[in-house]
Write a new protein. Structure first.
Length: 77
């Protein structure tokens, strides 16, 4: 089954998306930068807009847990 993906190298946006239930399907290291690849979904653009407008909401503990998991991906790459 083929699915669309969304990529970002913005660590905090990636953590926000992960805390909102987006599934990571891949990571790529390009020099010092890591790109996170997510399975896309229709609500992505709305979530990204709310994130950059400072209007996004997420459970704080879920966000911290997501950041820890994303850091593990970066440092264990």
């Amino acid at each position: 089954m083929k699915f669309e993906t969304y990529e970002t190298s913005d660590f905090y946006l990636a953590s926000f998306l992960r805390a909102n239930g987006f599934r990571i399907v891949d990571t790529r290291k390009e020099g010092r930068r890591v790109t996170f690849v997510f399975e896309d979904c229709p609500k992505r653009q709305q979530l990204i807009t709310s994130y950059y407008n400072g209007e996004g909401t997420v459970n704080p503990l879920s966000f911290v847990d997501s950041m820890k998991n994303m850091k593990a991906l970066v440092y264990n790459y």
